[in-house]
Design a protein around this ligand. Structure first.
Ligand code: THU
Length: 160
């Protein structure tokens, strides 16, 4: 019998400690929460990605009266970025949320489906995507999706 332990490194910064490009992508994610369409959950999520060419693409959750037809902010953003800029690797992804008119103090951790989509973007980017999760004035930073989705199923899993 063997044991394998999985651990994740999370760096927690105060927003004032972020570098310029981190600040820009975090601000863009916060701003994107205002474009959310969330009349059912009232939970307004914004996401922003920084591409290799310096462009920041944003998106938000888009809900639907037929609940499962809605989609999260992260997937809205990544699918749009990959559609508009198929040759531009994603380098950073920031996620923020508002509830009852306030930015959340708790970290917004992407759902399982979004983690899988982030993994695919990372595979395309051929390098870890820096993921920044906004929690009030703190920002949780992951250097790659591995910390949020260990043992992920990706292209290489299909081609062994
Ligand atoms: N949601 C996101 O957009 N991203 C997340 O990481 C978590 C959840 C959305 C989906 C739904 O519109 C609302 O938040 C409540 O689950």
């Amino acid at each position: 019998m063997k044991n394998i332990e999985i651990s994740a490194k999370i760096q927690i910064f105060h927003e004032s400690e972020l570098n310029e490009s981190q600040k820009n992508v975090v601000e863009a994610a916060k701003k994107a929460t205002f474009t959310s369409y969330a009349p059912y959950s009232n939970f307004h999520v914004g996401a922003a990605v920084l591409l290799e060419n310096g462009v920041i693409v944003t998106g938000s959750n888009q809900e639907n009266a037929a609940y499962p037809s809605g989609i999260c902010a992260e997937r809205t953003t990544l699918f749009y970025a990959n559609s508009q800029y198929p040759d531009q690797p994603v380098r950073k992804l920031a996620i923020a949320a508002q509830c009852n008119g306030n930015f959340t103090d708790e970290v917004i951790s992407p759902c399982g489906a979004c983690r899988q989509v982030i993994l695919e973007s990372e595979y395309r980017a051929k390098a870890p995507i820096e993921i920044l999760l906004v929690a009030g004035s703190e920002i949780w930073v992951f250097n790659g999706i591995e910390g949020l989705l260990p043992l992920g199923f990706n292209y290489n899993s299909l081609h062994q």
